[in-house]
Design a protein around this ligand. Structure first.
Ligand code: EPZ
Length: 413
């Protein structure tokens, strides 16, 4: 992506459906043979990958605008390694296949650039529910008739919570997930599973799910809070004025609080957030943590924003041990940042300059886009594929806000 930066963004941009809510929703279609219709789905690479997964397992999927219609019977309980290796969220098919058919064979998703990302909590949880799990040559082989029970997660993992909800939806006895993740995407999955016929309740320390006979249903996924946050920060870092339409302010509380602390003006409506920023903003201290804490998925973008703040800032990355792929690249653009263990220490600078940089994952890529929008001169970001994995029509949305940003394909423009 090529960006000519240094101009304030202004205007309105509409949020797409949440990638991280659409991905488990697609897997939920494996729980039934009846059609499942997913509305407000974002058209992006990871969603296509998840559809390729359910298709490899026997389903057919069709897009109509931003609606996906998934139908057909599950014909296999073996997930293809080629798909699972592309995206970690495809590992979520383990629980539902196992709970429904008594066996499932799914390759380990492997590590990735933001951290080791093991799946031990997923496997321990399924074992507690009666699964016999063996890992041989990189493939998880799980068998058994699952039963109800209490599963305590020593960390509120989003994926492990979703895995257990998906499995629990077909188990006829109650499954209690203690210390669950409570991200809006988890709640959205629970909403879908309830519509399919499971009984789900949330209490202070647990989610209880009682499975049953499930049916197909329709479900509209929630707006993408990370995409919304990314465009708010795009407005902020350029000293601009933007309105993000369709955003749910209640899902963005931690980000909005930190932006206000920095001195950014905000106005939240029911389904919209408006922002006005003027340099210089103040530096702050931020710590990522599970919801409702500050999301790790906005940490890289917030790092770019704080690179231009007045004075010092610190960001503690507490969720992933090595989500710092953006830091070295921001240095090439003139940022003054040092890494100390899990802390990102930022000394604000007055300006960034365009450079050739490399996106190493989705959010590191988004951080570089934001830096490029604020920088003087031209920024060239290699690794646009990462952006396409997680953002729907990013070039188009940036253009709506007046940015000069476009993608040059390798064979020309
Ligand atoms: C989800 O990943 C999101 N992905 C991530 O979004 C997001 O960064 C993350 O939650 C945290 O909010 C999807 O929803 C598809 P976790 P997930 O299990 O489920 C450790 C993006 O850019 N852990 O909550 O994989 C793990 O290593 C992405 O859109 C274990 O130790 O996150 C990490 O340190 C990237 N054992 C921490 O927990 C396990 O079995 C949080 O991981 C599972 C996780």
């Amino acid at each position: 992506m090529v960006i000519r930066g240094g101009r304030p963004l202004s205007g309105r941009v509409e949020v797409s459906g949440a990638k991280n809510a659409a991905l488990p929703a697609i897997v939920a279609s494996l729980l039934v043979d009846e059609p499942v219709v997913i509305e407000n789905a974002p058209k992006l690479r990871d969603v296509e990958t998840q559809l390729a997964l359910v298709e490899a397992l026997g389903k057919t999927a069709r897009w109509e605008g931003n609606t996906i219609l998934i139908r057909g019977e599950v014909s296999s309980v073996e997930a293809p390694g080629e798909v699972v290796s592309r995206m970690r969220a495809s590992f979520l098919c383990l629980g539902p296949l196992l709970a429904r058919f008594g066996e499932a064979h799914v390759p380990l998703p492997g590590g990735c650039v933001i951290g080791a990302r093991p799946v031990d909590l997923h496997l321990e949880g399924l074992r507690r529910l009666g699964a016999e799990v063996e890992v041989r040559e990189g493939v998880v082989h799980a068998r058994g008739k699952l039963h109800g029970g209490e599963v305590w997660l020593r960390y509120p993992s989003v994926g492990a919570t979703e895995q257990l909800l998906l499995a629990g939806a077909v188990i006829r006895e109650p499954v209690e997930v203690v210390n669950p993740a409570r991200e809006p995407e988890v709640v959205d999955l629970a909403r879908l599973l309830s519509a399919m016929g499971a009984e789900i309740s949330f209490s202070e320390d647990r989610i209880t799910i009682q499975g049953g006979k499930l049916k197909g249903t329709g479900h509209a996924v929630i707006p993408d809070r990370i995409e919304a946050g990314t465009y708010l920060l795009a407005g902020a870092i350029t000293g601009g004025e933007v309105e993000v339409v369709g955003a749910r302010p209640e899902h963005l509380t931690a980000l909005l609080a930190k932006l206000e602390e920095c001195g950014v003006e905000l106005a939240a409506g029911q389904r919209t957030v408006r922002l006005k920023a003027r340099a210089p903003w103040s530096g702050v201290e931020v710590e990522t943590s599970p919801y409702p804490g500050f999301p790790t998925d906005l940490q890289p973008q917030f790092t770019s924003f704080l690179a231009l703040a007045r004075g010092r800032s610190v960001i503690w990355e507490r969720v992933f041990e090595s989500r710092f792929g953006h830091v070295g690249e921001l240095l090439r653009m003139g940022a003054r940042i040092t890494l100390q263990g899990q802390a990102i220490l930022i000394e604000g600078v007055e300006g960034l300059r365009g450079a050739e940089v490399v996106a190493t994952d989705i959010r590191a890529g988004a951080a570089l886009v934001l830096a490029g929008l604020a920088a003087h001169g031209e920024t060239r970001i290699e690794g646009v594929d990462h952006l396409r994995r997680g953002y729907e029509n990013m070039e188009g949305k940036l253009a709506q806000l007046g940015a000069k940003a476009w993608v040059e394909e390798l064979n020309g423009t």
